[in-house]
Design a protein around this ligand. Structure first.
Ligand SMILES: [Zn+2]
Length: 488
């Protein structure tokens, strides 16, 4: 397997040599969570698709020997904020071939898609952002822009203020709808609603946005209105709110990071999701395998009452990078600032995380961004800790949570996703090849951008992005995943 980079590159350009496949993965343990296939097979890739899965040998212009390794669909992350190249690089080493910004969405879908075109390592896409549409209508600035290749795009969360905390008038709600319609026309994959970041949005405004999603035949992806047990405004009430809105309107619903909103009551919250599904509602959810969350400290999530709701204090807030634990004074300084600053929020227990990840309704999604180890380590961590060490998940169940489940959530409104999340003939050639004995996360709260180990090969749309454990330079095979409303 050594020296394959040179070998593959040389042969890829030698078009005179006629071979049946562009690339062959030979002798790996092929796992497909939809068909249940779990057997040693050869996989032939041609023109970006999986063209053959065979017991017999296949001839390719490039052959990679995968004996002893797992060959699985590339992981699909429905919840990835960090869309810069540094984040994409660590996602790739974590086995991710598609990473979408669905929770909040970006402020300008068209601008985002243009920024990313031709310079993305992995597949990308976004929802239309209710938070951003609301800020725009209220005339409030979003936080200052992304750095690096996404410079010029604003951050996705606004500072708390009138635009986040005040109810919208009927006229304003009309303009929010108009903006979201435009964003869906530009290719938004659904409506992203960070309700907790705009607490001024009334129940009726939320229902109105669900109506819009239903009209446009796209799902709502939502960060719930509140966390904790205190009533009124508990996590349970927050789950009820969005399940109610889904039932009233018929819009499909995906609740993001149920672990970091429901905290100690995650299993109870999941029972509400289960009940809704049992009555025919299209409701899904996700979790990440860490005890801390991370968000912007000047956002409305930290409006008065957060300590009581979360049952934590200032010292449970930690600045990534420096490791500084906040005091009341420091918190107030940062919360008031117009400049966005990420903060880690230590509010969950390892027991609850361990109880949540294996549950059948949970798909894996990272909520990744630079500063938190989940950006780099979510998928490897699940495979290392829950499959290999604790043995609370089978390998096939874990792969299902990382591939088929998110693909099925996407494909109900975006038919192109039917070709993702599967290791089948005809599926997109988004493939991860990893060693089940060694795959591990290396990122920590001190070193959040340490890449995972154990991914030998990563293929994105038929192109090798990681070969023999190394990133292939100067290839950008990531493509846009576009919502059904795109006006062409
Ligand atoms: Zn969130």
């Amino acid at each position: 397997m050594r020296k394959l980079i040179l070998y593959c590159f040389v042969l890829f350009s030698a078009s005179a040599i006629a071979q049946q496949y562009d690339l062959v993965l030979e002798g790996g343990r092929v796992m497909d969570p939809e068909s249940g296939l779990d057997a040693v097979r050869n996989v032939g890739v041609r023109d970006g698709r999986i063209a053959s899965i065979s017991v017999g040998s296949l001839a390719g212009r490039c052959t990679i020997h995968a004996a002893g390794l797992i060959v699985a669909p590339g992981f699909i992350d429905l919840h990835q904020h960090g869309q810069d190249l540094a984040s994409q690089r660590v996602k790739a080493f974590d086995g991710v071939t598609t990473a979408l910004e669905m929770e909040i969405g970006v402020p300008d879908v068209d601008k985002f898609l243009k920024f990313k075109e031709g310079q993305s390592l992995i597949h990308y896409g976004t929802t239309a952002s209710h938070v951003a549409a609301r800020s725009l209508v209220f005339g409030a600035p979003l936080n200052p822009g992304f750095s690096g290749p996404l410079a010029g795009l604003p951050e996705i969360l606004p500072k708390s203020g009138p635009a986040t905390d005040q109810p919208a008038t009927d006229e304003q709600i009309g303009r929010i709808r108009q903006r979201l319609n435009q964003e869906l026309d530009a290719g938004g994959l659904g409506i992203g609603m960070g309700i907790q970041y705009v607490p001024g949005a009334t129940r009726l405004e939320i229902i109105d946005m669900f109506h819009l999603a239903a009209e446009r035949k796209v799902p709502v992806y939502t960060h719930l209105r509140s966390f904790g047990r205190l009533e009124p405004g508990s996590a349970i009430e927050s789950v009820e709110e969005v399940i109610g809105a889904a039932a009233i309107t018929g819009a499909p619903l995906h609740i993001v990071h149920i672990n970091s909103t429901c905290l100690r009551d995650t299993v109870t919250c999941l029972s509400l999701v289960e009940g809704a599904r049992a009555r025919g509602l299209d409701v899904t959810t996700e979790a990440y395998p860490y005890i801390a969350g991370m968000t912007q400290i000047n956002s409305a999530l930290f409006n008065p009452g957060w300590r009581e709701k979360l049952g934590i204090d200032y010292g449970n807030l930690v600045l990534p990078g420096t490791g500084e634990h906040l005091t009341k004074e420091r918190f107030e300084e940062l919360h008031k600032s117009s400049k966005g600053q990420d903060v880690l929020v230590f509010a969950n227990t390892q027991e609850m995380v361990d109880a949540t990840i294996p549950l059948p309704l949970i798909m894996i999604a990272s909520d990744g961004a630079e500063g938190h180890p989940r950006n780099a380590g979510t998928y490897s961590r699940v495979l290392a800790q829950y499959v290999r060490e604790k043995k609370t998940l089978t390998l096939m169940e874990a792969i299902r949570k990382m591939t088929l489940m998110p693909a099925q959530t996407l494909e109900r409104s975006t038919p192109a996703a039917r070709h993702k999340g599967r290791l089948q003939e005809g599926a997109d050639a988004d493939i991860v090849v990893f060693d089940p004995q060694t795959i591990s996360d290396r990122s920590t709260f001190d070193k959040p951008m340490e890449p995972s180990v154990g991914v030998h090969e990563l293929i994105v749309a038929g192109t090798l992005l990681i070969d023999d454990g190394k990133l292939v330079p100067n290839v950008y095979p990531g493509r846009a995943i576009i919502g059904p409303g795109k006006v062409r």
